[in-house]
Design a protein. Structure first.
Length: 57
């Protein structure tokens, strides 16, 4: 069994993650087969955004 990770695997910035999320929606709809990728990116984006706020504080 693999250990649970508290941090995202990649270290992309919130801005980079946002760009990847927008690419998934580029046709105006999210393809069903891309939903898991989208959900993972949103979770990672939220963590990155939180880190950005903490550094700024």
């Amino acid at each position: 069994m693999s250990p649970i990770r508290d941090e995202p695997v990649s270290r992309l910035t919130a801005s980079e993650l946002n760009a990847r999320i927008r690419e998934l929606w580029s046709d105006g709809a999210l393809p069903d087969d891309r939903r898991p990728e989208y959900e993972a990116l949103v979770v990672e984006w939220a963590a990155a955004a939180r880190e950005d706020v903490e550094r700024a504080a």
